[in-house]
Design a binder for this molecule. Sequence first.
Ligand SMILES: Cc1cc2nc3c(=O)[nH]c(=O)nc-3n(C[C@H](O)[C@H](O)[C@H](O)COP(=O)(O)O)c2cc1C
Length: 328
Amino acid sequence: MTLPAQLQNLRIPLIGSPLFIISNPDLVIAQCKAGIVGSFPALNAREKDGDPILLEQWLTRINEELDRHNQANPDNPAAPYAVNQIVHRSNGRLERDIEICVKHKVPVWITSLGARVEVNEAAHSVGGITLHDVINDKFAHKAIEKGADGLIAVAAGAGGHAGALSPMALVQEIRAWFDGPLFLSGSIATGDALLAAQAMGADGGYAGSAFIATEEANAEDRYKHMIVESGASDIVYSDLFTGVWGNYLKPSIAAAGMDPENLERSDPSKMNFGENRKKPKSWKEIWGSGQGIGAVKDVVPAAQLIDRIATEYFAAFERLSGQVGRYR
Ligand SMILES: Cc1cc2nc3c(=O)[nH]c(=O)nc-3n(C[C@H](O)[C@H](O)[C@H](O)COP(=O)(O)O)c2cc1C
């Protein structure tokens, strides 16, 4: 199946994934101008009581800056942006945020932690598409039944809330019945890995952790440098911090006074994305990351990271094309 218009004409087939707290308009605009889909969780736009609604301001700015870029660069237009909605009962802002995204005609909607028909209908009402993130084939079926246009397969090794399945197994099972847009999430931080996602059967990749170590990202310098200095064996998979299984940086857990090698199990009913969720710990002090960060060697502007991934992607393509005919 051909990709929806929103996902055609990207510079490389990559989505910069939504990162709780970390993704902000600066990062999204930089990603889109560099030719990949940039995204942010609606929940990141959090105003103080009585202040103007920050999500409105963010969407106005992103739309205006990308329009300006497109007028000035008709031959090199920006990729579209995406807004992530956490479709979980504890997200008391969901309806308000959907209304705002409809008003600003958000082109790509990414939904996580729950598939709901109304969210897909809202996106479609303004010509948008929805991509739903899933960790297994059962949830993939549910998402498509509820009207999602495409899927993000979140495999083992992804940052934040991650699955436990091999990317090869997950993509293979979904592709057996679904020929719509499919993006692979988990440890993609190089152009080689991006091409591998396509070789497996996905339309493209979905990368988060590598973008934490960018100048635009809203993360403390210590977090950015921990990403640069860490590798796959510095990541632990735990359900302790949010009630959902996810991948975290061991040094951040040790810094919070816990032993990352001996973490307790958690209670899923504790999961809470509402205003009254318990700080500290999850996300603010316990830092999420996927396993692919061995490829991240420096904190750089997002455009420079995307240039690197693009260069590697085309080089990998050439390398493999040169091998056509070597095997029968
Ligand atoms: C710190 C952090 C925060 C995240 N927050 C969100 C979020 O708010 N919503 C969401 O759908 N996914 C979230 N994710 C998951 C990512 O969107 C994506 O699936 C993941 O980063 C991809 O794997 P990678 O980090 O190995 O590239 C988060 C991931 C990280 C590392």
